[in-house]
Write a protein that binds this ligand. Structure first.
Ligand code: FUL
Length: 499
């Protein structure tokens, strides 16, 4: 499971206070040690479930269902359950592929817009129970939730509100009862769920009436049955759409957004706001970047040769997870009921690429320095930046102006990636920074950035072009922040050279 160190932040802060304030032996006449308070949190703040979700980072979407067998992307709900006939479905293979890829969870389309259910719902007969698969006794959700648990992966669910099969659709209260009861089934019978995914599509039902969803009611069901699960939709409440289906967040990406007056689907905020968030937004709703590994969300054999390249996927990884978001990468399961070999192989290549760059933090042995330490307290000093523990953090004095932090390398090294993290339990603060490198004693600017948030990957493009010329030190100067600057990590990486 993802590491939950960020969760400990609030607790760490209290511990630091207690440690400072604890009375110990003192020289006669000396004053007691002063407790240094942590920087005041700046709202809006993430909830515990959002902090937990943030650690998932990179996880799989699986689109699988009736469309897999009809070759479509959107079914119309008239498809016969007899068409659903995977020949060698193996959810353990999906989980193995995701695990080996370095992913932390799998989110499955339990029901897409065509209304066909991958579990034997008692509320409709448009389900796997009417299909030839496992003689009508199969349950994809059971098999996948078990497989995820075995692999230590999170299990998430997409339950399309738009249902083109249900005769109740458009008859708002009746369909809402039906959808609510389906949610209850899903959230009660398959163990812990880490995320529930709501698409915003809404239309008219067979009666010509437009469906009005009762999202407040649906939200309270999720909260009651799965209090740890985050809810995704265009506007959250917990996780927001990033405004594109290409898998990247903005260069600037705030976790905050104003959602009042907006709706899911047609009434969603402008895509630029979703992509970049809003430093003055009233709600904490971080971005999730969804994208498919192929052109379609569902598997189409003719796209087997169109799996995205490693370069493309690595770029998306750095611009999602590394732009204060998460990466929800879709793997379409094929008619056999397996993740196709081409996708599985590409995911492993991507894992090697990510590990090749990000497994050795060259900043760990460096000497950390800074221009300002809050209250001169050791628990907020520059050493917290590279102690390998994202639960500790450096904090400047409230009146530090434009503080800087620096890492003096033990031996000069070529660096082309900097990773910065803010202790987001205190709110997202930094709005502008510059990264500088030092060679032969002279500092020069290597990159500029805006937001940091949970994780910011800064690509030093010029440094990458000059990987043969090592640097002695790197410095981050914080030019703007909504409140006192803090950072929990300052990491340095080098892309291995290809011969
Ligand atoms: C969209 C849906 O209409 C697509 O079919 C797909 O499921 C995508 C992730 O969300 O809005």
């Amino acid at each position: 499971m993802p590491n939950l160190t960020a969760l400990r932040l609030a607790g760490m802060t209290c511990l630091a206070l207690v440690a400072c304030a604890r009375p110990g032996p003192r020289a006669p006449g000396s004053s007691p040690p002063r407790a240094v308070s942590a920087p005041a949190p700046i709202p809006p703040l993430p909830s515990e479930r959002q902090l937990r979700w943030q650690e998932f980072g990179y996880y799989a979407f699986v689109h699988f269902g009736m469309n897999t067998f009809t070759g479509r992307e959107w079914g119309d709900g008239t498809e016969s359950p007899a068409l659903f006939a995977p020949t060698e479905l193996d959810a353990r293979q999906w989980a193995r592929v995701a695990k080996e890829a370095g992913m932390t969870g799998i989110l499955l389309t339990a029901k897409h817009h065509d209304g066909f259910c991958l579990w034997p719902s008692k509320l409709t007969d448009h389900t796997v129970a009417r299909s030839p698969w496992r003689d009508g006794r199969g349950d994809v959700l059971r098999e996948l939730s078990d497989a995820c648990r075995e692999q230590g992966l999170g299990f998430g669910l997409y339950l399309s509100p738009w249902d083109r099969h249900s005769p109740l659709y458009g008859d708002s209260p009746k369909y809402n009862d039906f959808y609510a009861a389906q949610l209850e089934e899903l959230l009660s019978n398959y163990g812990e769920v880490f995320e529930v995914w709501w698409d915003g599509a809404c239309a008219e039902g067979p009666n010509g009436k437009r469906q009005v969803y009762d999202f407040e009611r649906f939200t309270s069901i999720v909260r009651r049955l799965q209090p740890g699960a985050v809810i995704f939709s265009d506007i959250g409440p917990d996780v927001r759409w990033v405004g594109n289906e290409q898998g990247f967040a903005g260069e600037t990406c705030w976790s905050m957004l104003d959602t009042a007056g907006f709706a899911r689907g047609i009434g969603a905020p402008p895509t630029k706001s979703l992509n970049e968030g809003d430093p003055n937004g009233a709600h904490w709703v971080p971005a999730e970047c969804d994208v498919s590994i192929r052109p379609g969300w569902f598997h189409h054999p003719e796209q087997d040769g169109e799996v995205k390249s490693v370069e493309h996927l690595f770029d998306l990884y750095e611009r999602s997870v590394g732009h204060n978001g998460s990466l929800l990468l879709n793997l379409p399961v094929d008619r056999r009921g397996l993740v196709h070999e081409n996708d599985a192989a590409r995911l492993l290549e991507l894992r090697r690429r990510i590990d090749g760059v990000y497994s050795r933090d060259l900043g760990r042995d460096a000497r950390a320095l800074c221009s300002s330490v809050r209250g001169s307290a050791p628990e907020f000093d520059a050493g917290r930046l590279n102690d390998g523990d994202p639960g500790t953090y450096w904090a400047a004095e409230d009146d530090a102006g434009e503080p800087w932090v620096a890492l003096e390398l033990a031996a000069p090294a070529a660096i082309d990636r900097v990773v910065l993290r803010e202790p987001i339990a205190l709110g997202q603060r930094i709005s502008s920074f510059v990264v500088e490198t030092r060679r032969g004693g002279a500092w020069r600017e290597a990159a500029r950035g805006t937001t940091v948030g949970n994780r910011r990957i800064v690509r030093l493009e010029q440094e990458a072009a000059a990987l043969d010329t090592p640097v002695e030190a790197l410095r981050v100067r914080i030019l703007g922040a909504r409140a006192t600057a803090t950072l929990s990590s300052f990491e340095l990486y080098q892309t291995p050279r290809t011969k």
